[in-house]
Design a binder for this molecule. Structure first.
Ligand SMILES: Nc1ncnc2c1ncn2[C@@H]1O[C@H](COP(=O)(O)OP(=O)(O)OP(=O)(O)O)[C@@H](O)[C@H]1O
Ligand SMILES: [Mg+2]
Length: 499
């Protein structure tokens, strides 16, 4: 069985997954959606404004003038200076960082700072080739936002510079070929996008905080539910182990868990009552049997004496001997039956150790006593080992009875050349009594059921010995445990708390 504590933590994990995670996902998805929508709206509005401003600016440019200047004249040309001044004025009035005139071959014709060489490839436009094509086709186009070297966001808009009809310096202008057309490129800061990103950062922090809070709440709620469940499951485990003495701690309130606790407590009381009834009935029956058994033992003794006094001549040869044999067998069976009934009575008596029976017990004397009562030349040797402990507060009679049962079992399982060790030691404030043998050991089924009342593998066993041992140990706030290896031997450990 898994430890009880791991089960409620699985509930915590399940609640966490069922409630915390979906809530966290919803918060994140909502955050992401609102970010996309806001950003899309801001971008679209900026693109519209920038496209309009670029188209207006392009309309104010004289394309023929800009086209006229040759690269080698750039320094001296007054026309070029006028074009640059125009572009500069446009840049400052529209708040752009740079305005350029670019030809169809993506080469610079002029720029608002007057620093780019005529005929050089225009910076950035390679990225916006699509937008320039669109502008050349007469449609205003705006690039996707990009981040400038200063970390701010910018957008570039392109618009075709309209061709003027008429004349320049008195000369008629011929129709302009498509590949001679100019495009006005305007790079402007997207301050609204910067602001949107700043808001988004704040929102992200808030979303992360909200997700953590939701997850934390899920764990707290789950723990609030599972803590009383854990306590109940521990109590239920105690009940399952047969410990019915202590009342259950029922969680407060009127919820499902406290109802479960109330039901469990009612079940415990019902079990206690049923146990008491059963014990009373069993003890009653055993008692009723013990009295006539005593009489039968007495009369079989008298019968034996009577038979012994018979005259051989009167009853015929050999008959007296046979009668004697049979009366002895009856006596032996009666003695065995009395033993079983006595064991049974001891087992059925549900009296926790009585304070009056408890006293400091000299452990060496107790173990030696048990040895002298069980040792016989035709049985395995019994060794007594007492480590450090001198005396311990015990109900001497009960523990002696438990030890006698254990030594009896050990001797029955051990061949004459083997040995049985009786050991007493103190472990963590408790007394540890061990009966260890080098006998045949127990197989898995026997070890599993050895403490069950009436479980026996012996032809003439009641199966009450170990059940009684464990009861005696538990009555004294302790417990009994078996360690056994088939073919190697068995060790039964009694752990007893100080009374
Ligand atoms: N030391 C041991 N070595 C091997 N098997 C044991 C040992 N002690 C107990 N057992 C096994 O456990 C079973 C139950 O023991 P328990 O003392 O309860 O009953 P029992 O000895 O069969 O009967 P009773 O004690 O009434 O004579 C035994 O039948 C035996 O199979
Ligand atoms: Mg026994």
């Amino acid at each position: 069985m898994r430890p009880a504590s791991s089960q409620p933590s699985r509930i915590v994990a399940r609640l966490f997954l069922a409630v915390g995670l979906p809530a966290a996902v919803v918060v994140v998805v909502l955050g992401a959606l609102s970010w996309r929508t806001t950003r899309g709206a801001v971008e679209a509005s900026l693109q519209r404004e920038l496209a309009a401003a670029t188209a207006v600016a392009a309309a104010t440019i004289n394309a023929a003038n800009a086209r006229q200047v040759l690269p080698e004249e750039q320094e001296e040309s007054r026309t070029y200076k006028r074009v640059v001044a125009r572009l500069k004025a446009l840049a400052s009035s529209t708040g752009s960082v740079r305005i350029m005139l670019v030809d169809a071959a993506e080469r610079v014709r002029a720029d608002s700072d007057g620093v780019l060489r005529i005929g050089d490839p225009a910076p950035r436009v390679a990225l916006d080739r699509l937008e320039i094509r669109r502008a050349l086709a007469g449609k205003a186009a705006v690039s996707v936002p990009f981040t400038g070297p200063d970390g701010h966001r910018y957008m570039a808009a392109y618009a075709l510079v309209p061709e003027q009809s008429g004349s320049i310096d008195g000369e008629a202008v011929a129709a302009v070929r498509d590949d001679q057309r100019l495009v006005l490129a305007m790079e402007a800061p997207a301050a609204a996008l910067d602001a949107t990103f700043a808001v988004a950062r704040t929102i992200t922090i808030l979303v992360v905080a909200a997700v953590l809070l939701v997850l934390l709440l899920a764990v707290v709620v789950a723990r609030t539910i599972t803590r009383p469940l854990l306590s109940l499951s521990n109590s239920a485990e105690r009940l399952a182990a047969g410990d019915l003495r202590e009342p259950l701690r029922v969680p407060n309130g009127d919820d499902e868990v406290s109802r479960l606790g109330t039901t469990l407590e009612a079940m415990r009381k019902a079990l206690v009552d049923r146990d008491a009834d059963r014990q009373m009935m069993l003890a009653g029956i055993a008692h009723e049997i013990r009295n006539p058994l005593g009489g039968m033992e007495l009369f079989s003794g008298l019968l034996e004496e009577g038979v012994a006094e018979l005259d051989d001549d009167n009853v015929g040869p050999g008959v007296k001997q046979e009668l004697l044999e049979q009366t002895r067998r009856v006596k032996k069976e009666l003695r065995y039956l009395t033993g079983v009934v006595n064991d049974f009575l001891a087992f059925a008596k549900d009296a926790p150790a009585d304070r009056a029976d408890v006293g400091e017990v000299d452990l060496r004397a107790l173990l030696e006593d048990v040895r002298s009562l069980t040792a016989r030349p035709d049985r395995a040797a019994i060794v007594v080992v007492v480590e450090d402990v001198v005396a311990f507060a015990l109900d001497r009679n009960r523990i002696k009875q438990a030890l006698l049962n254990l030594v009896e079992n050990a001797l029955q399982a051990t061949p004459t050349e083997g040995s049985v060790t009786l050991r007493a030691s103190v472990d963590d404030g408790a007394l540890l009594l061990v009966v260890e043998d080098t006998g045949k050991g127990m197989d898995e089924t026997t070890a599993k059921h050895a403490f069950t009342p009436f479980f026996t593998t012996k032809e003439k066993g009641s199966g009450l010995g170990l059940a009684l041992v464990r009861k005696l140990a538990r009555d004294q706030g302790g417990d009994a445990r078996i360690e056994s290896t088939p073919g190697r031997g068995t060790r039964v450990l009694l752990r007893l708390a100080r009374l």
